[in-house]
Design a protein. Structure first.
Length: 406
């Protein structure tokens, strides 16, 4: 090819290239899309009836307790019970030596017989003197003396009868019996010991622990608050006005029997500012022993139409006050300041700040800012709380990015 032909060929290629570039322009960058609304889990408030309880510390105590003491002096001949066993009222626990009291009873009976003999003689004499004074055979003074002797003989017989009864009672006291039914503790004496009437030390102690008392203490301030709540109608009495009581043992396990509140003391302890409440529990198996430390859960009342939310729905502001996030009808988040009453397990009882029908955010609080539009998903009843996955991040677009060549 000649030099001139090569020049024309290069010029044609250059022109074609310049025309192709001029006819192909870059495509415009895609417009930026708004990120989707964050998703949160909400719970629609449904008022319900709740039973309010109060957990109070307490101690167990027997319903009946009796200290066994001798009522006469004597030597212990035998002990007729097993320590720690159940005894019944009237059971002979100790036998004292009865010899001295048997002799005293026989002496009293003899004295009574002598008094009765004198009484018989005086009665016959008085009757005879009455007949003689009617016929003026003896003086009135002689008859009066005979009648007085009869009255004295009657008094001597009455005194002798009382002495016999006393001796019989003392002989009976040589058998030391159980005054009540219950469980008896250890014996303070053994056979051969000398005991005295009404001594200071008890021979043994009997306690009735089925049923058993649980004495708990409650501050007077709490009691006043409860009374005011009842007066305002915020709380109502339980059915039949009977407060049920549950029990937690020392190791934290619940006692499987339910008790009932018996009474509230009328006096406030000046040192502690508390009053004593007494509950009664069945104790057929003897699981509760006197003096055990327990915690009683007492039903103090019921609240109708209570507003209750999960604890994870309540947060704290900078001042430490409780707040909650509520999703309105326009899907915007609204901050509510709350006034909480107390916890109910894993929930809060709300006094003010929320009402029926409010949709409270329970999951995704970090994305629920006041004024933010959110996508609310209703929590399923009874379903475990599952963290809501955050929405996918929007893809970045570069306005300077070039489109594909045509």
């Amino acid at each position: 090819m000649s030099r001139l032909h090569r020049l024309f060929a290069h010029a044609a290629v250059a022109f074609a290239a310049s025309g192709g570039l001029a006819g192909c322009s870059p495509s415009p960058a895609p417009a930026a899309t708004a990120p989707p609304a964050p998703q949160v889990t909400v719970l629609t408030i449904q008022p319900r009836l709740v039973t309010l309880t109060s957990e109070l510390p307490g101690r167990t105590s027997p319903t009946l307790i009796a200290e066994v003491r001798p009522q006469v002096t004597g030597l212990v001949k035998s002990r007729n019970f097993q320590e720690g066993a159940e005894v019944t009222a009237g059971m002979v626990l100790y036998q004292l030596d009865p010899a001295t009291y048997e002799a005293a009873l026989e002496s009293a009976r003899a004295a009574k017989a002598r008094a009765e003999a004198v009484q018989t003689s005086a009665r016959i004499k008085a009757k005879r003197m009455q007949e003689l004074v009617e016929i003026k055979f003896v003086s009135q003074q002689d008859y009066d003396d005979a009648a007085a002797q009869l009255q004295q003989a009657d008094a001597d017989v009455a005194a002798a009868t009382a002495a016999v009864d006393s001796a019989r009672i003392n002989l009976g006291y040589t058998k030391v019996t159980a005054p009540i039914s219950g469980r008896i503790g250890k014996s303070a004496v053994t056979p051969g010991a000398l005991v005295t009437a009404n001594q200071a030390g008890a021979l043994a102690v009997i306690q009735r622990i089925n049923p058993i008392y649980v004495d708990v203490t409650q501050s007077s301030a709490d009691l006043l608050r409860l009374k005011r709540a009842f007066a305002r109608g915020e709380l109502k009495r339980a059915p039949n006005n009977a407060a049920r009581v549950a029990l937690l043992l020392e190791d934290g396990t619940p006692y499987d029997q339910e008790g009932s509140l018996q009474f509230s003391d009328l006096t406030v302890d000046q040192t502690t500012g508390a009053i004593t409440l007494r509950a009664l529990f069945p104790n057929a198996r003897g699981e509760l022993l006197p003096g055990m430390y327990v915690r009683a859960v007492i039903e103090v009342g019921v609240r109708e139409g209570a507003i209750v939310v999960p604890q994870q729905a309540v947060a704290r502001d900078n001042k430490g006050d409780p707040i909650a996030m509520v999703v309105g009808a326009d899907s915007k988040v609204e901050l509510r300041k709350l006034q909480t009453a107390r916890t109910l397990g894993s929930e809060w009882l709300i006094d003010t700040g929320l009402r029926a029908g409010d949709r409270v955010v329970i999951e995704g609080l970090q994305r629920a800012r006041p004024g933010t539009v959110v996508q609310a998903v209703e929590a399923q009843p009874g379903a475990p709380a599952v963290p809501v996955a955050p929405p996918p991040a929007a893809k970045e677009t570069d306005p300077n990015a070039k489109g594909s060549k045509s």
